[in-house]
Design a binder for this molecule. Structure first.
Ligand code: SER
Length: 318
Protein backbone atom coordinates (compact mmCIF):
# COMPACT_ATOMS: atom_id res chain seq x y z
CA UNK A 1 0.00 0.00 0.00
CA UNK A 2 1.28 3.47 -0.87
CA UNK A 3 2.35 5.29 2.25
CA UNK A 4 0.44 8.32 3.53
CA UNK A 5 2.63 9.87 6.18
CA UNK A 6 2.10 12.23 9.11
CA UNK A 7 5.41 13.89 10.06
CA UNK A 8 5.80 15.56 13.47
CA UNK A 9 8.54 18.12 14.10
CA UNK A 10 8.54 18.82 10.36
CA UNK A 11 10.31 22.18 10.73
CA UNK A 12 13.24 20.77 12.69
CA UNK A 13 16.70 19.87 11.38
CA UNK A 14 15.64 16.46 10.04
CA UNK A 15 12.02 17.27 9.18
CA UNK A 16 12.85 20.24 6.96
CA UNK A 17 14.74 17.99 4.56
CA UNK A 18 12.86 14.75 5.12
CA UNK A 19 9.49 16.22 4.14
CA UNK A 20 10.89 17.37 0.78
CA UNK A 21 12.38 13.93 0.18
CA UNK A 22 9.12 12.19 1.13
CA UNK A 23 7.30 14.49 -1.34
CA UNK A 24 9.58 13.11 -4.07
CA UNK A 25 9.22 9.48 -3.00
CA UNK A 26 5.51 9.27 -2.10
CA UNK A 27 3.91 12.37 -3.66
CA UNK A 28 3.23 15.77 -2.11
CA UNK A 29 -0.34 15.04 -1.05
CA UNK A 30 0.84 11.87 0.71
CA UNK A 31 2.94 13.75 3.25
CA UNK A 32 1.25 15.74 6.04
CA UNK A 33 3.85 17.97 7.67
CA UNK A 34 3.13 19.16 11.22
CA UNK A 35 4.97 21.30 13.74
CA UNK A 36 4.18 23.30 16.86
CA UNK A 37 5.01 26.51 14.97
CA UNK A 38 4.47 27.92 11.53
CA UNK A 39 7.15 29.61 9.45
CA UNK A 40 7.91 30.97 6.01
CA UNK A 41 9.36 27.68 4.90
CA UNK A 42 9.37 25.46 1.85
CA UNK A 43 7.88 22.67 4.00
CA UNK A 44 4.86 24.80 4.92
CA UNK A 45 4.36 26.20 1.44
CA UNK A 46 4.90 23.12 -0.69
CA UNK A 47 2.31 20.66 0.66
CA UNK A 48 -0.23 19.91 3.41
CA UNK A 49 0.83 21.49 6.70
CA UNK A 50 -0.90 21.54 10.10
CA UNK A 51 -0.02 22.97 13.49
CA UNK A 52 0.44 20.15 16.02
CA UNK A 53 1.74 20.13 19.57
CA UNK A 54 2.70 16.46 19.99
CA UNK A 55 1.70 16.48 23.65
CA UNK A 56 -1.90 16.95 22.42
CA UNK A 57 -2.82 13.33 21.67
CA UNK A 58 -6.40 14.17 20.73
CA UNK A 59 -5.31 16.56 17.99
CA UNK A 60 -2.70 14.09 16.72
CA UNK A 61 -5.40 11.43 16.41
CA UNK A 62 -7.78 13.88 14.68
CA UNK A 63 -5.17 14.87 12.11
CA UNK A 64 -4.20 11.24 11.47
CA UNK A 65 -7.88 10.41 10.88
CA UNK A 66 -8.57 13.52 8.80
CA UNK A 67 -5.80 12.68 6.35
CA UNK A 68 -6.25 8.90 6.63
CA UNK A 69 -2.55 8.32 7.16
CA UNK A 70 -1.07 4.84 7.42
CA UNK A 71 2.42 5.91 8.57
CA UNK A 72 3.73 8.25 11.27
CA UNK A 73 7.24 9.68 11.30
CA UNK A 74 7.61 11.09 14.77
CA UNK A 75 10.53 13.54 14.95
CA UNK A 76 9.43 16.20 17.47
CA UNK A 77 11.80 16.10 20.45
CA UNK A 78 14.05 18.17 22.67
CA UNK A 79 17.76 17.42 22.01
CA UNK A 80 20.37 16.50 24.60
CA UNK A 81 21.75 19.83 25.86
CA UNK A 82 18.33 21.53 25.93
CA UNK A 83 16.88 18.51 27.74
CA UNK A 84 19.60 18.82 30.40
CA UNK A 85 18.62 22.43 31.06
CA UNK A 86 14.94 21.49 31.47
CA UNK A 87 14.68 17.77 32.27
CA UNK A 88 11.00 17.74 33.22
CA UNK A 89 9.98 19.53 30.03
CA UNK A 90 12.10 17.00 28.11
CA UNK A 91 10.41 14.07 29.82
CA UNK A 92 6.94 15.46 29.14
CA UNK A 93 7.64 16.38 25.53
CA UNK A 94 9.84 13.46 24.49
CA UNK A 95 7.88 10.73 26.25
CA UNK A 96 4.41 12.31 26.04
CA UNK A 97 4.81 12.92 22.30
CA UNK A 98 6.00 9.38 21.68
CA UNK A 99 3.18 7.78 23.68
CA UNK A 100 0.69 9.83 21.66
CA UNK A 101 2.31 8.74 18.39
CA UNK A 102 2.30 5.08 19.50
CA UNK A 103 -1.34 5.24 20.59
CA UNK A 104 -2.35 6.89 17.31
CA UNK A 105 -0.42 4.21 15.41
CA UNK A 106 -2.01 1.43 17.47
CA UNK A 107 -5.55 2.68 16.99
CA UNK A 108 -5.23 3.47 13.28
CA UNK A 109 -2.93 0.57 12.43
CA UNK A 110 -0.09 2.80 11.21
CA UNK A 111 3.58 2.07 10.74
CA UNK A 112 5.70 4.24 13.06
CA UNK A 113 9.24 5.46 12.53
CA UNK A 114 10.93 7.41 15.32
CA UNK A 115 14.64 8.09 15.79
CA UNK A 116 16.70 7.04 18.75
CA UNK A 117 20.24 8.32 19.18
CA UNK A 118 23.83 7.67 20.23
CA UNK A 119 22.50 9.41 23.35
CA UNK A 120 20.77 6.14 24.28
CA UNK A 121 24.20 4.90 25.45
CA UNK A 122 26.11 5.90 28.56
CA UNK A 123 29.51 5.76 30.26
CA UNK A 124 29.30 2.00 30.99
CA UNK A 125 28.60 1.15 27.31
CA UNK A 126 31.59 -0.20 25.34
CA UNK A 127 32.92 2.93 23.61
CA UNK A 128 34.42 1.52 20.42
CA UNK A 129 32.48 -0.52 17.86
CA UNK A 130 29.54 -0.22 20.25
CA UNK A 131 27.44 -3.36 19.62
CA UNK A 132 23.78 -3.33 18.57
CA UNK A 133 22.78 -5.00 21.83
CA UNK A 134 24.79 -3.75 24.78
CA UNK A 135 24.64 -1.94 28.12
CA UNK A 136 22.42 1.16 27.96
CA UNK A 137 22.68 3.18 31.16
CA UNK A 138 22.65 6.80 29.87
CA UNK A 139 23.29 9.61 32.33
CA UNK A 140 21.31 12.34 30.52
CA UNK A 141 17.56 12.98 30.48
CA UNK A 142 17.67 12.81 26.67
CA UNK A 143 19.30 9.38 26.91
CA UNK A 144 16.79 8.19 29.48
CA UNK A 145 14.04 9.29 27.08
CA UNK A 146 15.68 7.54 24.13
CA UNK A 147 16.16 4.20 25.92
CA UNK A 148 12.62 4.35 27.31
CA UNK A 149 11.39 5.16 23.82
CA UNK A 150 13.23 2.20 22.28
CA UNK A 151 11.74 -0.14 24.87
CA UNK A 152 8.27 1.31 24.48
CA UNK A 153 8.41 0.96 20.69
CA UNK A 154 9.50 -2.68 21.02
CA UNK A 155 6.68 -3.21 23.54
CA UNK A 156 4.05 -1.82 21.14
CA UNK A 157 5.37 -4.12 18.44
CA UNK A 158 5.38 -7.23 20.65
CA UNK A 159 2.15 -6.50 22.49
CA UNK A 160 -0.03 -4.80 19.87
CA UNK A 161 1.68 -5.62 16.59
CA UNK A 162 2.41 -1.97 15.78
CA UNK A 163 5.03 -1.86 13.00
CA UNK A 164 7.55 0.27 14.92
CA UNK A 165 11.00 0.95 13.45
CA UNK A 166 13.89 3.19 14.44
CA UNK A 167 17.57 4.00 14.11
CA UNK A 168 20.09 5.34 16.58
CA UNK A 169 21.21 8.47 14.76
CA UNK A 170 24.67 9.86 15.30
CA UNK A 171 25.21 13.64 15.18
CA UNK A 172 23.57 14.86 11.98
CA UNK A 173 25.32 17.47 9.84
CA UNK A 174 23.28 19.55 7.41
CA UNK A 175 22.99 22.99 5.83
CA UNK A 176 19.23 23.48 5.31
CA UNK A 177 18.03 23.93 8.90
CA UNK A 178 20.27 24.36 11.92
CA UNK A 179 20.02 21.89 14.79
CA UNK A 180 19.01 23.32 18.12
CA UNK A 181 20.16 22.28 21.56
CA UNK A 182 22.23 19.21 20.73
CA UNK A 183 25.73 18.20 21.84
CA UNK A 184 26.93 17.25 18.36
CA UNK A 185 25.86 20.66 16.94
CA UNK A 186 29.48 21.86 17.03
CA UNK A 187 30.10 19.81 13.88
CA UNK A 188 27.50 21.95 12.09
CA UNK A 189 28.46 25.29 13.69
CA UNK A 190 32.09 24.82 12.64
CA UNK A 191 31.18 24.99 8.92
CA UNK A 192 29.10 28.18 9.35
CA UNK A 193 31.87 29.78 11.34
CA UNK A 194 34.58 28.69 8.90
CA UNK A 195 32.79 30.44 6.04
CA UNK A 196 31.64 33.50 7.98
CA UNK A 197 34.68 34.13 10.19
CA UNK A 198 37.52 31.86 9.12
CA UNK A 199 37.81 30.49 12.65
CA UNK A 200 35.81 28.52 15.22
CA UNK A 201 35.77 28.29 19.00
CA UNK A 202 34.70 24.76 19.93
CA UNK A 203 32.70 23.95 23.06
CA UNK A 204 33.77 20.30 22.65
CA UNK A 205 37.34 19.45 23.70
CA UNK A 206 39.90 18.21 21.18
CA UNK A 207 40.23 14.43 21.20
CA UNK A 208 36.49 13.85 21.78
CA UNK A 209 35.29 11.35 19.19
CA UNK A 210 31.58 11.03 18.31
CA UNK A 211 29.71 9.31 15.48
CA UNK A 212 28.41 11.63 12.77
CA UNK A 213 26.43 11.44 9.53
CA UNK A 214 25.64 13.80 6.64
CA UNK A 215 21.91 14.46 6.24
CA UNK A 216 21.44 12.80 2.80
CA UNK A 217 22.57 9.49 4.31
CA UNK A 218 20.22 9.95 7.27
CA UNK A 219 17.25 10.58 4.96
CA UNK A 220 18.10 7.54 2.83
CA UNK A 221 18.32 5.43 5.98
CA UNK A 222 14.84 6.50 7.14
CA UNK A 223 13.23 5.60 3.82
CA UNK A 224 15.21 2.34 3.50
CA UNK A 225 14.18 1.18 6.96
CA UNK A 226 10.53 2.17 6.47
CA UNK A 227 10.50 0.18 3.23
CA UNK A 228 12.45 -2.81 4.56
CA UNK A 229 10.92 -6.28 4.38
CA UNK A 230 9.62 -6.93 7.93
CA UNK A 231 10.51 -10.63 7.61
CA UNK A 232 14.20 -9.64 7.54
CA UNK A 233 14.10 -7.45 10.66
CA UNK A 234 15.48 -9.22 13.69
CA UNK A 235 15.83 -5.91 15.52
CA UNK A 236 13.54 -2.92 15.34
CA UNK A 237 14.13 -0.25 17.98
CA UNK A 238 16.60 0.88 17.28
CA UNK A 239 19.36 0.09 14.76
CA UNK A 240 22.89 1.44 15.23
CA UNK A 241 23.90 3.43 12.16
CA UNK A 242 26.94 5.60 11.50
CA UNK A 243 28.90 7.13 8.65
CA UNK A 244 32.04 8.55 10.30
CA UNK A 245 33.64 9.21 13.64
CA UNK A 246 35.90 12.21 14.22
CA UNK A 247 37.11 14.68 16.83
CA UNK A 248 37.29 18.49 16.50
CA UNK A 249 40.92 18.60 15.26
CA UNK A 250 40.08 16.19 12.44
CA UNK A 251 37.10 18.15 11.10
CA UNK A 252 39.17 21.35 11.41
CA UNK A 253 41.98 19.74 9.37
CA UNK A 254 39.48 18.72 6.70
CA UNK A 255 38.09 22.28 6.49
CA UNK A 256 41.64 23.62 6.24
CA UNK A 257 42.07 21.71 2.97
CA UNK A 258 39.54 24.17 1.50
CA UNK A 259 40.13 27.24 3.72
CA UNK A 260 43.89 27.05 4.48
CA UNK A 261 43.84 29.92 7.00
CA UNK A 262 41.04 28.36 9.10
CA UNK A 263 41.84 28.10 12.82
CA UNK A 264 40.14 26.30 15.70
CA UNK A 265 40.36 27.23 19.39
CA UNK A 266 38.59 25.87 22.47
CA UNK A 267 36.26 27.18 25.14
CA UNK A 268 34.88 23.94 26.52
CA UNK A 269 31.32 23.86 27.86
CA UNK A 270 31.40 21.44 30.83
CA UNK A 271 27.76 20.39 30.39
CA UNK A 272 28.01 19.43 26.73
CA UNK A 273 31.51 17.98 27.22
CA UNK A 274 30.20 15.67 29.98
CA UNK A 275 27.39 14.54 27.66
CA UNK A 276 29.85 13.88 24.82
CA UNK A 277 32.21 12.00 27.16
CA UNK A 278 29.36 9.68 28.17
CA UNK A 279 28.60 8.71 24.54
CA UNK A 280 30.33 6.11 22.33
CA UNK A 281 33.25 6.91 20.03
CA UNK A 282 31.95 4.80 17.15
CA UNK A 283 29.01 2.45 16.63
CA UNK A 284 28.92 -0.98 15.01
CA UNK A 285 26.22 -0.81 12.29
CA UNK A 286 26.41 -4.47 11.19
CA UNK A 287 22.80 -5.31 12.10
CA UNK A 288 21.46 -2.42 9.99
CA UNK A 289 23.71 -3.44 7.08
CA UNK A 290 22.63 -7.07 7.24
CA UNK A 291 18.92 -6.65 7.93
CA UNK A 292 17.97 -3.77 5.62
CA UNK A 293 21.06 -2.90 3.61
CA UNK A 294 22.09 0.29 5.40
CA UNK A 295 24.93 2.08 3.62
CA UNK A 296 26.39 5.57 3.99
CA UNK A 297 27.80 7.44 1.00
CA UNK A 298 29.44 10.39 2.71
CA UNK A 299 32.67 10.28 4.71
CA UNK A 300 34.27 13.36 6.30
CA UNK A 301 36.11 14.32 3.11
CA UNK A 302 33.12 14.05 0.77
CA UNK A 303 30.76 15.70 3.26
CA UNK A 304 33.10 18.66 3.78
CA UNK A 305 33.28 19.40 0.04
CA UNK A 306 29.49 19.29 -0.29
CA UNK A 307 28.73 21.10 2.96
CA UNK A 308 31.09 24.02 2.27
CA UNK A 309 29.77 24.40 -1.29
CA UNK A 310 26.09 24.29 -0.31
CA UNK A 311 26.52 26.47 2.76
CA UNK A 312 28.49 29.11 0.82
CA UNK A 313 25.69 29.30 -1.75
CA UNK A 314 23.06 29.55 0.98
CA UNK A 315 24.88 32.23 2.99
CA UNK A 316 25.59 34.27 -0.16
CA UNK A 317 21.94 34.08 -1.23
CA UNK A 318 20.66 34.86 2.28
N1 SER B 1 22.50 15.16 17.87
C1 SER B 1 21.87 14.79 19.10
C2 SER B 1 22.31 15.65 20.22
O1 SER B 1 23.44 16.10 20.21
C3 SER B 1 22.18 13.37 19.44
O2 SER B 1 21.16 12.57 19.03
O3 SER B 1 21.58 15.85 21.14
Amino acid sequence: MRKKILVTGALGQIGTELVMKLHDVYGTDHVIATDIRNSENEVVQSGPFEILDVTDGKRMMELAKKYQVNTIVHLAALLSAKAESNPLLAWNLNMGGLVNALETARELNCQLFTPSSIGAFGPTTPKNKTPQITIQRPTTMYGVNKVSGELLCDYYYEKFGVDTRGVRFPGLISYAAEPGGGTTDYAVDIYYSAIERGSYTSYIQKGTYMDMMYMPDALNAIVALMEADPAKLKHRNAFNITAMSFEPEEIAAEIRKHIPTFTISYNVDPVRQAIADSWPNSLDATAAQEEWGFKAEYDLEKMTVDMLGKLRAKLLAG
